[in-house]
Design a protein around this ligand. Structure first.
Ligand code: ADP
Length: 331
């Protein structure tokens, strides 16, 4: 992590909180010491008074023991109250520290998001502009023209998907995307969509489909499409040219949709974090892959809003496997 926060501003650091904590602790220890000392002084004075007024009283030793007991009780009271106070103080600082760490992580994610979104919007636009300028200014053979059109369309696709995801996150979070469930033949839906969107990968043998027929569920079609596309796009992006498998099967009252790849995989500590909004593994300054960190967040939102779960595990022999579980229509 570098030292700069949101929009490059210097991030707040926590040492002031620690200095304040240490100061309060020392201050309190000092007061505790003074209290014990004062009590000991009062005890001594009372003892001297007792001896001065009735040096030969037969009850002297009883009164002395009484004073000793009071002193011990007060010392214990100061120490007990002190221990409770220190405990509360530690608890308070621990929670302050936790929220500061959370704020810092969020600031880092926002910085990463801003950097990536700027890049993600700018680079396809720049490429499309260049293709169009080339087409406008030069006389090109038909074959070359076709190539440029195809590239421009690919970049337009990328932009469209990105903007779609951004709008969806915004809509879902503000409640403007009501989940509209209808009875869907999930098997046919996923099969058709995969063939339509990933024709190239299927034909080249990179993507394999294992879709068990007859799985029906009450789902929002648009949300289901976003789930499949985001997971499959990630498998292509992070899959290091290895094989990708989309599996759809029934499991008791649920159906399971898994998307596995043979890429770099995801380390244990990152497995929870990747579903957070704007979270991307590593640092934006050094990252090679394109993205904004909202795809998996959106997938998780959609899965959970429809009563399902999503998890990620290591794929065998390598890569990762994302597993979505959603309820089916019981037959
Ligand atoms: P994006 O791909 O735009 O960064 P996502 O929310 O889709 O955002 O993914 C978040 C992060 O999770 C990615 O930056 C990447 O580090 C990690 N990730 C997602 N899918 C995979 C995968 N199939 N293999 C390895 N890492 C992945």
């Amino acid at each position: 992590m570098n030292n700069r926060g949101w929009l490059g501003m210097k991030r707040p650091r926590a040492p002031l909180v620690y200095v304040l904590g240490i100061y309060v602790f020392i201050q309190f220890s000092w007061w505790a010491f003074m209290l014990v000392d004062l009590n000991a002084e009062i005890h001594q004075l009372r003892l001297e008074q007792l001896i001065a007024f009735a040096p030969f009283s037969p009850e002297l030793h009883i009164q002395k023991a009484d004073l000793d007991e009071k002193l011990t009780m007060r010392i214990w009271m100061v120490l007990g109250e002190g221990a409770v106070f220190v405990f509360i103080l530690i608890l308070g600082f621990w929670s302050v520290q936790k929220s500061i760490a959370k704020e810092l992580a969020l600031a880092e994610q926002q910085k990463n998001f801003l950097l990536s979104i700027t890049h993600e919007l700018k680079s396809p636009l720049a490429a499309i502009k260049l293709f169009l300028q080339t087409l406008q200014t030069r006389k090109l053979p038909e074959e070359k023209k076709e190539q440029l059109y195809a590239k421009a369309l690919l970049d337009t696709d990328r932009l469209e998907k990105l903007i779609e995801n951004l709008l969806l996150v915004n809509k879902v979070e503000s409640g403007g995307f009501p989940i509209t469930k209808t009875e869907v033949d999930v098997s046919s839906f996923v099969l058709e969509m995969a063939h339509h969107t990933y024709q190239k990968q299927i034909e080249s043998g990179r993507m394999e489909l294992e879709i068990h027929p007859g799985i029906v569920a009450n789902l929002d079609q648009m949300a289901l499409q976003s789930i499949v596309i985001n997971l499959a796009d990630n498998a292509i992006k992070y899959g290091a040219e290895g094989k990708i498998k989309i599996l759809l099967d029934k499991s008791f009252d649920d159906f399971v949709l898994s998307v596995s790849d043979e890429g770099v995989g995801i380390v244990k500590e990152e497995k929870e974090k990747i579903f957070e909004r704007f979270y991307r593994e590593g640092n934006e300054d050094v990252r090679k892959t394109k993205g904004t960190g909202i795809g998996l967040y959106l997938v998780k939102l959609f899965v959970e809003k429809q009563g399902g779960t999503i998890s990620v595990e290591d794929n065998i022999p390598r890569g990762s496997k994302f597993i979505v579980r959603l309820p089916t229509v019981s037959s």
